[in-house]
Design a binder for this molecule. Structure first.
Ligand code: ZN
Length: 319
């Protein structure tokens, strides 16, 4: 038996400011707030999900924005850069948009592709790249036109504290294929089968350890196609010598967590049931959704959370 993930399912990060988080991912990047819920282990903290119209696997970034969260340091043992893919020909639009919303950016090249790199309002490192692959996003926020909208993840740059070991996990556990090395930039690239979240770059050199906190990624989740395959993944990961969390119910998918030797927390997450399991497609993200066992405490939980809403940000067209 051998298993192969189609690519990234979701990426989960820490943040400190709930409305600032919504303003960046919906207001600046134009993603849809697809689910407003709480951290099931800490109900005083939001868990916010952003993605394409449906919150398809490969488009989902999630946050635990908790006021007072200490700032983290990006480094080894984390996803270093989260890569978003936009349609070919839309980079000028994004440069102008970031400029008018006062988000500074730089340019970088890897594997012959041009990236614009920037940070979110809390320091999380992001980049945009143009690619043909991936379905067009059919719903956007913040005034971004559909033909320029972010499609989802292109992939991610993994900052491993033990690059050789992490490369081994990508190839031998996750089933990805090494497709090349960019010796000038110092990266190896892995590819898998999905049309989003399918290209993973990893620095050849080990990256010094980071610290978790606001502005850093907590974990990256890889796709399993269904619950049957998910059980096989739990076995498969254990067979490779990793301790796992066992299967955990996350309401919108099932999860298995394990930490690879380069220090990065990996999760295997099921594509089903998805975000329409408790809300209609056109209602996603409007109401605070609670798992059944928290419903009796809804009034108290809501009173502890600061209200948030997606909104269109004022652009400064004069800059
Ligand atoms: Zn997760």
């Amino acid at each position: 038996m051998s298993l192969k993930t189609a690519g990234i399912h979701h990426i989960t990060s820490f943040a400190g400011d709930p409305q600032g988080n919504v303003d960046f991912y919906a207001g600046v990047l134009g993603l849809r707030l697809i689910k407003k819920t709480i951290n099931f282990d800490a109900p005083e903290v939001y868990h916010l999900y952003f993605g394409n119209e449906k919150g398809s696997p490969g488009t989902i970034i999630t946050f635990f924005p908790a006021p007072g969260t200490r700032k983290g340091k990006i480094g080894g043992g984390q996803v270093g850069i989260t890569t978003y893919v936009v349609p070919p020909g839309s980079m000028d639009y994004w440069e102008n948009r970031l400029h008018s919303l006062k988000v500074s950016f730089t340019k970088a090249t890897r594997f012959g592709e041009s990236f614009i790199q920037f940070r979110d309002n809390e320091g999380l490192h992001l980049e945009l790249v143009e690619r043909e692959e991936g379905p067009v996003n059919t719903w956007t926020a913040g005034g971004v036109p559909r033909d320029k909208a972010i499609k989802g993840f292109g992939g991610a740059v993994l900052y491993s504290a033990d690059s050789k070991h992490t490369q081994g996990v990508l190839e031998n556990v996750l089933g990805m294929t090494p497709i090349g090395e960019d010796a000038d930039a110092g990266y190896i690239r892995y590819q898998t089968t999905g049309d989003l979240g399918n290209l993973i770059d990893i620095p050849v050199k080990d990256v010094p350890w980071g610290n978790g906190g606001a502005g850093t990624v907590h974990h990256i989740a890889w796709r399993a196609q269904d619950d049957t395959e998910h059980q096989a993944w739990d076995e498969w990961v254990r067979q490779h010598g990793f301790g796992t969390s066992g299967i955990v119910d996350r309401q919108y998918f099932n999860a298995v967590y394990f930490r690879e030797q380069g220090g990065i927390l990996f999760e295997i997450a099921t594509d089903p049931p998805g975000f329409t399991v408790d809300e209609e497609l056109n209602e996603l993200g409007h109401k605070l959704m609670l798992p059944e066992w928290y419903e009796p405490q809804r009034a108290e939980i809501e009173s502890n959370l600061v209200p948030i809403e997606p909104r269109v940000l004022q652009q400064d067209e004069s800059v």
